[in-house]
Design a protein around this ligand. Sequence first.
Ligand SMILES: [Zn+2]
Length: 365
Amino acid sequence: MIRVAVPLNADTVRDAPKVLLHDHLDGGLRPATVLELADAVGYDALPSSDAGELGAWFLAASHSGSLVRYLEGFGHTVAVMQTPDALVRVAAECAEDLAADGVVYAEVRFAPELHVAGGLELHAVVEAVLEGFRVGSARAAERGRRIRVGCLLTAMRHAARSREIAELSIRYRHTGVVGFDIAGAEAGFPPTRHLDAFEYLRQQNSHFTIHAGEAFGLPSIWEALQWCGADRLGHGVRIVDDITVAEDGTATLGPLAAYVRDKRIPLEMCPTSNVHTGATKSLADHPIGLLTDLRFRVTVNTDNRLMSDVSVTGELTALAQTFGYDWDRLQWFTVNAMKSAFIGFDERLALINDVIKPGYAALTA
Ligand SMILES: [Zn+2]
């Protein structure tokens, strides 16, 4: 049988089934929605009142090289996400946008503690976001785009509410929350500060990922795995610091890199985001190329769709152009992500066998 593959470009990649494990709700708003929500609550600190200009401002801030300016962007999005209506809308549009991008399963994360400035209780924040995901997924299904969205609750690593947020994730584990995460500045805030939360989650037989090895090095990854027991690594890029590549291309893995690969620990890689924050110089220089060649459990993610002006389609297409990846490689990233999701084994298997594999078979046969 002759196999004639469909050409691989942004239009065809959009139609391929995709899986997203690392995406921040407050980093993925539509610029027009930021404007409308700001208007509704009387927030007047936005840098522009034009959606196009505002989108460009977020993108410029994301690779200005200044962390302060980058974080300023989140200041704006979080400021307009302080009411139940706003949270429902942002979550619903998130599900719709991901579905329109061809994502069939997504885990979207957010930090409830950042959305209580308007007087909401933590549980009300979570309920509004879960409601938004349900609304958005239903709207997408009406348009023939099926998506399932699971929610990860994030605790801020510089704060002291991780145990409380972990308990919240267990309270909502049967209604849409599938796991837990910690995020925020890595340097100075090691994951072991939150051991109490991680021990609690392990006792509850729950799942969690930890932002580790994004800009900060190996100690953060080591603590996340060997002290905290993380199921996945958010970014994990710096694991390359434990790999030496000889001139002839032979790679030697140090003990931690070997552990990560041997145990098939998923790396939630976010290539463009890493370029923008300066964790790596360019896409071509991004360790995802080497880690993929070495068959680590690599997954491809967006991180912040608004700030980096990215989509899963855009990331996969850019990687294919940069590293010469074909449909088989894109399917491999997708199956890797699905295997690494925090939903049950039978549900993961069903998505792999009923949705992902047939989707890619249609593109390559
Ligand atoms: Zn992140």
